[in-house]
Design a protein around this ligand. Structure first.
Ligand code: SAH
Length: 225
């Protein structure tokens, strides 16, 4: 899989993409992630990529031409399954969307900044708009890193067995069960007895029951679905 991210602040994406599971997936060749600086197609000597909004609202708006040229350049090199714009008014990201996108071949993620982007980009170039939640961030870079992370860890080979996505929250519509590690007792606080039993069937049953109970307590809406 290949993910191309377009941004005016490439520095914001450096660290999240170069460590841990995502960093290792890139090194292993499971995914290619390229970050592109929109200023490459900025206008004039100052490589301008934004301008004042028509109508006089405060805040700068990313201009259509640099984004158009950047996307055209990428599209001339390969076909893309989706051109995604990170936006607070997009569909709210969830595990289902991450699963779906992890099956794609090539995707572009466009990060807005300042006040947002010229709406013609959304009308003519974007195929999908995704939000990371009902709050507003300064730019689409952190949302893009969240989306890329959620996708990449689902690509086969990204996770090792012990970090398998299958027992994570939302993967089967439930929250994950509680987890513990050594020691079996600390400060008088004990690990549930069944987890020390060595009986895989009993452990599995406890985990399933625990996951359902936690979901009922914390996220009953998931059980309704
Ligand atoms: N004026 C816009 C917000 C702009 S915030 C509005 O009210 O909708 C600047 C950029 O940050 C946006 O273009 C978008 O790319 C990104 N962004 C901010 N909050 C986000 C969120 N919750 N999810 C995804 N992207 C977000």
């Amino acid at each position: 899989m290949r993910i191309d991210i377009i941004t005016v602040v490439p520095e914001l994406l450096e660290s999240p993409l170069s460590h841990s599971i995502v960093g290792r997936a890139i090194k292993k060749g499971i995914v290619e992630i390229e970050v592109h600086n929109l200023r490459k197609y900025g206008k004039g000597p100052r490589l301008q990529v934004d301008d004042y909004s028509y109508g006089g609202d405060a805040g700068m708006v990313l201009m259509v031409e640099p984004v158009f040229k950047m996307i055209e350049e990428l599209k001339s090199q390969r076909d893309y399954d989706e051109v995604i714009y990170m936006s607070p008014d997009g569909e709210v990201l969830n595990q289902g969307i991450a699963n779906e996108l992890s099956l794609k071949g090539n995707i572009i993620i466009l990060c807005g900044h300042y006040k947002g982007i010229d709406n013609r980009i959304r009308e003519h170039l974007i195929t999908r708009e995704i939000s990371v939640g009902d709050y507003v961030l300064s730019g689409g870079e952190i949302p893009a890193a969240i989306l890329a992370d959620a996708i990449v860890r689902l690509i086969p080979g990204a996770l090792t067995d012990e970090t398998s996505a299958l027992s994570d929250c939302f993967q089967d519509g439930l929250l994950a069960s509680e987890i513990y590690t050594r020691p079996a007792e600390f400060n008088g606080w004990k690990v549930p007895e069944v987890l020390l039993s060595g009986n895989p069937k009993l452990i599995r049953e406890w985990q399933d029951e625990n996951a359902i109970q936690r979901t009922r307590e914390r996220r009953p809406d998931l059980l309704d679905e």
